[in-house]
Design a protein around this ligand. Structure first.
Ligand code: 5GP
Ligand code: ZN
Length: 113
């Protein structure tokens, strides 16, 4: 999609720090590090959000989340992780290319809720 920031990241037109990539999905650091390692996981095929997804698209995105989350948590020494997902502006979505937030949690973090 021409005007989509995340499609531009997939195309390499906007730089991002990549955490994981395969044929179907990309995980990269969120520009706003809510905690150290805050990562976004996105499908490579543009879809607006979960409300527009087919079952196949959902399987592709969600199946890999546990291993990516475990990897990030293990590598950074986090002791927990929040998985967040916003759909439409009223629910806090600001980038309209489906994504899942992986937010590592540390015993020393500031209590982000
Ligand atoms: P949402 O509010 O839609 O759930 O989350 C969108 C996220 O995308 C925000 O946490 C925001 O910091 C992140 N973001 C927006 N623009 C960019 C960008 O150009 N690069 C990266 N890495 N993250 C971005
Ligand atoms: Zn897109």
């Amino acid at each position: 999609m021409t005007d989509c920031i995340f499609c531009k990241i997939i195309a390499g037109e906007i730089p991002a720090y990549k955490i994981y990539e395969d044929d179907d999905i990309l995980a990269f650091l969120d520009i706003t590090q809510t905690t150290k390692g805050h990562t976004l996981v996105i499908p490579k095929t543009h879809v607006r959000n979960v409300l527009d997804m087919t079952e196949d698209q959902a399987r592709t995105l969600f199946a890999k989340l546990p291993s990516i989350a475990a990897n990030i948590t293990g590598k950074l020494g986090a002791t927990g992780l929040n998985m967040l997902q916003n759909n439409e502006a009223v629910a806090g979505q600001t980038v309209f290319h489906a994504h899942v937030h992986l937010i590592p949690r540390y015993s020393s973090d500031d209590g982000f809720k």
